[in-house]
Design a protein around this ligand. Sequence first.
Ligand code: PHE
Length: 445
Amino acid sequence: MKNRFSRIGFILAAAGSAVGLGNIWKFPYITGEYGGGAFVLVYLLAIMFIGLTVFLAEAVIGQNAQANVATSFIETSKSKNENWKIAGFMIATGLILLSFYSVVLGWILSYVFSSFGTLPADAKTAGAAFDTLITKDLATQLLYHTLIAGTVIFIVLKGIKDGIEKINLILMPFLGIILIGLLMYAISLDSFSKAVSFMFVADWSKINSDALLAALGQAFFTLSLGVGTILTYSASLPKEANFVKSSIMVALVDTGIALIAGLIIFSFLFEAGAPSAAGPGLVFISLPVIFSGWGLLGKIIAISFFVALVFAGITSAVSMIEPSLMFFIERFKMTRKKATLLCGSVFYLLGIVALLSMSTTYGSSLTFFGKNAFDLMDFASSSVMMPTAAIVICLFLGYFVDKTMLQEKFTKHTSVLFFNVWYFLIRYVVPIAITILFLNQLGLI
Ligand code: PHE
């Protein structure tokens, strides 16, 4: 089969999927909200023991079966049970996620262009500008959502090797260069040491069960788990490639970039005397104000920062649609073009619903169960469908797949001890941890 990753292509693409708005926007703002160091430590443990465990799980299923999510589950199950096609529900999660991820990426792209003009001088102006964009300026949002969706569709139309692998080969090094540049600038600031101690000296006073669950949820989201993305990418990984080493590399790159983004952003916030807990408005309100105080240099930094976010986001966005493409291509014998047009239209239209639901004009008619469509899609995908999928993956491998077969796959590349620890985590620890997270997100505990 020609249309597949090289090993390095897989690592780049999986890292491209993992590194996204989750690392550069969400990680810093939740770290700020939960007080820094102690949260970072909990997060690192969540990545190591829970995130990486599920990552390896998706990778081993995909690499073993070399097929779309549904077929991979059937093929990997002990009795090749057709009912496992039910696991194919995961592909819907990616499309829902992508619909509003594309809208948010659109906002960021619009900030790239508006950063060429005058940046807002204070939080009130910045807040008002952002508010106008999302509640009133439908045309601008629609334009940028269309640009992002069009780019994603254009890339995935070209396939795994010429589309996804290639775009990651170009954008990931660029992202690295921009982040290193921003980090060097952050290091030159007086507040850098304050940022380092904020992130690496533990203050346990803000750690409660909410913080633990936030760390766990973030570990899943940032590693792109529970959407079938890693499984689908691994299905295009050569069968003999070392999936254990590749998975660990991706987790390391993803964590490294989150930490670097945190250091950059906290140095900026502290340098401007802004509070560390900027909340979700961090990227759209707090940072533009800080950049505006730095004159021309601030403008350059603002543009580079938003470009970095767009690059990181695009490589994640293409990975959200790929599971459904592979599903429709293989199971419904669609051409790639047809599958892309189908899935592309679904997420594009859902995205329009999401953006309209935040507007003053259409908001009330697009609000269901007290949540507007945007929040509802976010809730359904990140809080319900992703954890459900993660639980299904764990129980599947832990109880419905031949252990000897799994052990063989792992021990080709790593020790028996490593496999035993992974197997224990997948059977007991991870399903329990995710169930708790899940019940909490549903407001049941
Ligand atoms: N990991 C991506 C981020 O941090 C988001 C993502 C989730 C991508 C699920 C693909 C699948 O932004």
